[in-house]
Design a protein around this ligand. Structure first.
Ligand code: AMP
Length: 515
């Protein structure tokens, strides 16, 4: 019998994963890429192109390239490539076949059986078409599995108690939110809502428009409207968007984007994460409305949800995480490899169906919030020494987050970054992890200088804090090692001992009074 795999057949990207020693892992291509862009094309010499090669050709030859075929599944719509027309199942089968080959090359064995995932809202016709695509590709399709269920499997929520999980999936071209009820091994989709025309591609286009506007402002000349230039701008926009998930600012550089007379015009602008957030906020608002609709369809309120799982590459955007957390304030929001977890879950299910021993994936969370002391606005005005959380507790590790802070006083030339862990609103009531300074800041009025503080918490429990002055790149950092955790807990022990000793002191005092 050949090896079994799990496949996430996505609108934008697809993933194939297998099990090894009970653990799922994503199979890369020969270059090490984990995602296969869901693009199929025919080159000008008639050669079949799949994935990156087809994606690269898309801007130059859209008539010979197909993307987002998933949207057509289950319809009798056909697409023409070269001199033949294809049904959606056939295009999907080409993608699946390419993933099958990838798996066979890396595993060095035949791969014959697969679990393939589909959105929870897919109709029978769409599911049937997906199954057919798998069969055309040469697979025995063990199961067509719902994507939110696959994601939930990765989080190993297999307790005997029923858990209600809300899966928020924002990918490249589609958004959906599902509420699944999990009891033991049984997963049921209670409600599903979404918009199959909303995703990261829309954010790229918003940023592309913004870059065009900035270019026009700077050069008083528009970005040429030809397909190749616009495609370059769109690609740059996507790269900037991804950079802004990890950084509060990014500089976009596209040389020779246009010319005015004899002069070449270059695009070089700095984009703040805040500007980008302003562009996408209205689109994200719609996803929050979908959460409410899914809740009401499942006849539930936010209180009934035990946890939220974030799925899809676009949930790496910090604003997405913030908005979901604020919308469901009392529910833990988890994320683990958001663009791979559906494929990983499919591999787990494939293993279960093939009768293999399957282990759960170890998803580790950080037990305490991490943040810094800062001056924060309160109803009573700005207050110093408050705890500004950067990584909230229960975040799945590894994780990295950053926040931007402004200087608090005029001509402030030093910023002290004091790092704490804990849940108290007063920074000093939490456990100190260390501090460092960024010095030599230029004299500016209060609030005019911005410092980005970046927290990176890795799989080994090592926290790296970096502070960077906006624009200038003035930087300093601190590494808090796991080895120090022992000391941290002894500090906590000391605090607890003091607190209990104080309790005894007061009760001894009242005993004295009674005598
Ligand atoms: P998916 O369909 O889940 O593969 O998601 C693809 C989308 O996620 C694309 O629009 C990507 O640009 C977007 N994406 C991937 N990584 C990031 C990131 N770090 N920050 C923001 N968007 C991302």
């Amino acid at each position: 019998m050949g090896q079994v795999v799990g496949i996430d057949l996505g609108t934008t990207n697809s993933v194939v994963a297998a099990l090894e020693d009970g653990q799922p892992w994503v199979i890369p291509d020969e270059e090490g890429d984990l995602l296969l862009p869901s693009y199929v094309g025919i080159s000008d010499t008639g050669q079949l192109l799949v994935g990156q090669a087809a994606l690269r050709q898309y801007a130059a030859a859209p008539e010979r390239t197909v993307k987002s075929i998933k949207r057509q599944m289950g319809t009798d719509h056909t697409v023409t490539l070269g001199d033949r027309s294809y049904r959606p199942q056939e295009i999907s089968a080409i993608i699946l076949r390419s993933l099958k080959q990838r798996a066979e090359t890396i595993l060095e064995t035949a791969v014959t059986q697969a679990v393939i995932t589909v959105p929870a809202y897919f109709t029978d016709a769409q599911r049937q078409a997906t199954k057919e695509a798998g069969e055309i590709a040469g697979f025995e399709v063990l199961q067509i599995l719902n994507e939110p269920t696959a994601a939930a499997l990765v989080f190993d929520i297999r307790s005997e108690e029923t858990e209600n999980v809300l899966v928020y999936d924002l990918g490249g071209g589609t958004f959906d939110v599902s509420i699944v009820e999990i009891t033991g091994d049984v997963t049921e989709v209670l409600a599903s809502h979404g918009n199959n025309r909303l995703g990261g591609d829309d954010f790229d286009r918003q940023l592309q428009r913004h870059l065009s506007d900035r270019f026009l402002q700077i050069h008083e000349s528009p970005v040429p409207n030809d397909a190749a230039t616009q495609a370059r701008l769109l690609r740059t926009a996507e790269q900037a968007k991804i950079a802004l998930s990890d950084n509060a600012f990014t500089t976009v550089r596209e040389p020779f984007l246009a010319s005015k007379g004899e002069t070449a015009l270059h695009l070089e602008v700095e984009i703040a994460r805040e500007d980008f957030e302003g562009l996408i906020k209205p689109l994200l608002k719609e996803t929050l409305d979908a959460i409410d609709r899914a809740l009401s369809d499942a006849e539930m309120t936010a209180d009934d949800i035990d946890r939220v799982i974030l799925v899809g590459g676009s949930t790496r955007i910090p604003l997405v995480q913030h908005l979901v957390e604020n919308h469901l304030p009392d529910t833990p929001v988890n994320s683990f490899e958001p663009d791979l977890c559906v494929g990983l879950g499919a591999a787990l299910q494939a293993g279960v169906l093939a009768g293999e021993a399957v282990d759960s994936i170890l998803v580790d969370v950080i037990p305490h919030s991490l943040g810094i002391a800062a001056v924060m606005d309160t109803p009573m005005g700005p207050m110093p020494g408050l705890f500004s959380t950067i990584i909230p507790r229960n975040s799945v590790i590894p994780t990295s987050r950053s926040e931007v802070y402004s200087t608090a006083v005029d001509r402030q030339d030093t910023v002290e970054i004091e790092v704490f862990q804990g849940e108290n609103a007063i920074a000093r009531e939490n456990v100190p992890l260390g501090s460092f300074r960024v010095e030599g800041l230029p004299p500016k009025p209060a609030g005019a200088l911005q410092v980005e503080v970046h927290f990176d918490f890795d799989l080994n429990g090592i926290l790296t804090v970096t502070a960077t002055e906006k624009g200038k790149g003035q930087q300093n950092s601190l590494v808090v090692n796991d080895a120090e955790t022992g000391r941290l807990s002894s500090h906590e022990l000391n605090q607890a001992r003091d607190a209990i000793a104080a309790l005894f002191d007061t009760s001894a005092a009242s005993d004295d009074e009674e005598e």
